[in-house]
Design a protein around this ligand. Structure first.
Ligand SMILES: [Fe+2]
Length: 305
């Protein structure tokens, strides 16, 4: 294989025992987000991928009921959290990572290209010098091909940009947490029209992911159901995506995908929570510095996005 990082990832997948890689998923219907807890039963170590902090934009109130359900599961299973992984700076929900970290520990990590996202949105939100654009809000920044582990389960980070410049996929044992690249086969792919997004780049990232072994389990960040499907779903395989993904099954060319993606993206509204989500998530899930009255505020840039 001409792609050494994918070759290394494929080897991790092939050598894993699926029964020894446990995944429990939690669905947040308010934002259609799936949070996954991957654990290694042998060591009791775990990783939490893409958590949700509940947020009511009308009142500006956050709450932790979704995060508390994760905490209850982790405690009941007696797991030790090693990693709080973010696949990207989400535009549709706030991350609960700082709250989870305070309660459970673990290292908060995202892709190195979050610096690009911080730079882009630092400008859009006219953040002053107090907003550091060096990724220091996170404990670890992954580069393409970085190896890590969850307990005894080997893992490797893949940079899979396109939806945003910073998207990562985490290969852990025989599972991959693919963030917003592909959705379920009947729903297709993530949009590529946010600042720094690129449908050509997304196509190439997806082809890399789909060159992993056919049995590789893929876990998604979102599901919206699909016409004719009445239940939410978030787990699929490389084989299922290659044969049946409506946007990106085998045989669809880059140009055809890009034309379809651009036409479709032109019809999509901005996500309801994009402005609050980005301002919080580019800070690793932390709220902006409180003002002198002790309250944190979010901005609403007019006619900018
Ligand atoms: Fe996203």
């Amino acid at each position: 294989m001409s792609d050494p990082v994918i070759a290394a990832a494929a080897e991790i997948v092939q050598q894993a025992d699926p029964a020894a890689v446990q995944v429990r998923s939690f669905f947040d219907e308010a934002t259609f987000t799936v949070t996954h807890v991957l654990s290694d039963p042998a060591s009791g170590k775990a990783a939490i991928i893409d958590s949700v902090l509940d947020f009511d934009p009308a009142s500006g109130r956050t709450s932790t009921s979704s995060a508390d359900a994760l905490i209850a599961y982790i405690r009941e299973q007696d797991l030790e959290v090693e990693w709080l992984l973010e696949t990207h700076a989400h535009a549709d929900h706030l991350s609960a990572a700082p709250y989870l970290q305070e309660q459970l520990g673990g290292k908060l990590a995202i892709g190195r290209h979050i610096l690009t996202v911080q730079e882009t949105f630092g400008k859009i939100f006219n953040e002053g010098t107090r907003f550091a654009r060096d990724g220091s809000q996170f404990d670890h920044l992954f580069d393409e091909g970085d190896r890590f582990s969850v307990g005894s389960i080997p893992a490797i980070a893949l940079h899979v940009p396109g939806h945003t410049p910073a998207d990562m996929a985490y290969v852990i044992g025989d599972t991959v947490f693919i963030g917003d690249t592909l959705f379920m086969p009947d729903y297709g792919s993530a949009r590529a029209d946010f600042p720094g997004g690129d449908a050509h780049v997304l196509y190439r990232s997806v082809r890399r992911l789909l060159s992993l072994p056919e049995s590789t389990r893929l876990f998604l960040c979102h599901d919206y159901k699909a016409p004719g499907r009445n239940t939410y779903a978030w787990e699929t395989t490389v084989a299922e995506q290659r044969s049946g993904n409506v946007h990106l099954h085998d045989g669809i060319s880059e140009d055809d995908f890009v034309a379809m993606r651009k036409a479709r993206d032109a019809t999509l509204d901005m996500p309801r929570l994009i402005l609050p989500s980005i301002q919080v998530n580019m800070r690793g899930g932390h709220f902006p510095e409180p003002e002198e009255n002790g309250v944190s505020y979010l901005k609403l840039p007019l006619n900018r996005l």
